[in-house]
Design a protein around this ligand. Structure first.
Ligand code: ZN
Length: 310
């Protein structure tokens, strides 16, 4: 077994994922910035080797979503009988995507992917044979080893917006895809956000529901609130939904060694952050890298985030 007590992570991020910090991110690019991002992630065997998990990606060259017509029916020809592949424990390559809104409300806003663009993205994944898994499934294989589809992918949504239930879910359901929905506890049932009914429905249809804190602070400057934000949000969602909450998404993608340790201590199996890497190891279980998909990404840009294509 892994000695999780030895696990520590340090992250210094210059970008973040949510509206409040929009000006901090992608000032000159619609790719997440990797500059000044470092992670120190000792392995469970206490090795002192440093393993940066973020990698540099090509500069963005696209700015517009192309004019596309949603297809009313599934027309792709994936490989439905693809054989699952065994992965040994310890290291795995799976892209984890991050969305916020899937909505026409604010076309051109980085946090709003239009349903039309989202439809084309899901169609592309389906036609190329990708199969969705949850973060918990990824952790299962990372920890214990196990089988996954040949092209596994994780699709996550932060903040709990109703548009995910109303617009993203029906599109994903059409392709047999499931997502992972990270909920801010004190926004549950608020205007524009999902409530218990929607989350129970998604959970019953294969989605994983995770915590995105109680009130969405930058946890690195809210150490005194760590128990409330991490533990109370988990217990609150578990009580409301009647399910186990297994994973956490850091607000703004920011953590420090204290928060990483507390996230583990307060009962999460793992947590997700931001980044561009698709490689996950024991050392990154509490900061799994997620690739943020922006409303300004066209389909070619989206394709460039996918591995195994070139
Ligand atoms: Zn958020």
């Amino acid at each position: 077994m892994i000695n999780l007590a030895l696990f520590t992570v340090f992250v210094s991020l210059v970008f973040s994922s949510c509206q409040m910090s929009e000006n901090q991110a992608r000032k000159s690019s619609n790719k997440p910035s990797q500059t000044s991002t470092t992670i120190v992630s000792p392995t469970p065997s206490s090795s002192s080797t440093l393993k940066p998990i973020f990698t540099t990606t090509p500069a963005n060259t696209h700015t517009q979503v192309p004019s596309i017509t949603p297809s009313p029916t599934i027309t792709g020809t994936p490989t439905p009988t693809a054989t699952w592949v065994y992965h040994p424990a310890g290291e795995i390559e799976v892209p984890i995507l991050l969305y916020h809104h899937v909505s026409d409300e604010e076309d051109g806003n980085r946090y709003y992917v239009t349903p039309r663009a989202f439809q084309k993205q899901m169609e592309m994944l389906y036609e190329r044979g990708y199969k969705t898994i949850t973060v918990s499934q990824l952790l299962d294989v990372l920890i214990y080893g196990g089988e996954l589809p040949p092209k596994p992918i994780v699709i996550t949504f932060d903040d709990g917006h109703m548009s995910v239930y109303e617009d993203a879910y029906p599109i994903m359901e059409k392709y047999g895809f499931v997502g992972v929905f990270y909920i801010v506890a004190n926004r549950l049932e608020s205007d524009g956000f999902v409530g218990v009914k929607e989350l129970k429905y998604l959970s019953n249809h294969g989605w994983e529901i995770g915590s995105h804190s109680f009130s969405h602070p930058d946890l690195t400057s809210s150490h005194k609130q760590a128990k409330h934000e991490l533990l109370d949000s988990r217990l609150f969602l578990e009580e409301k939904l009647g399910i186990k909450i297994q994973t956490f998404a850091y607000p703004y993608g920011t953590i420090d060694p204290f928060i990483a340790t507390k996230t583990q201590n307060y009962g999460y199996r793992g947590a997700v952050g931001l980044g561009t890497s698709i490689k996950h190891t024991y050392g990154t279980m509490y900061y799994l890298s997620r690739i943020e998909i922006h409303g300004t990404d066209n389909l070619k840009m989206f394709s460039s985030y996918l591995p195994w294509e070139n």
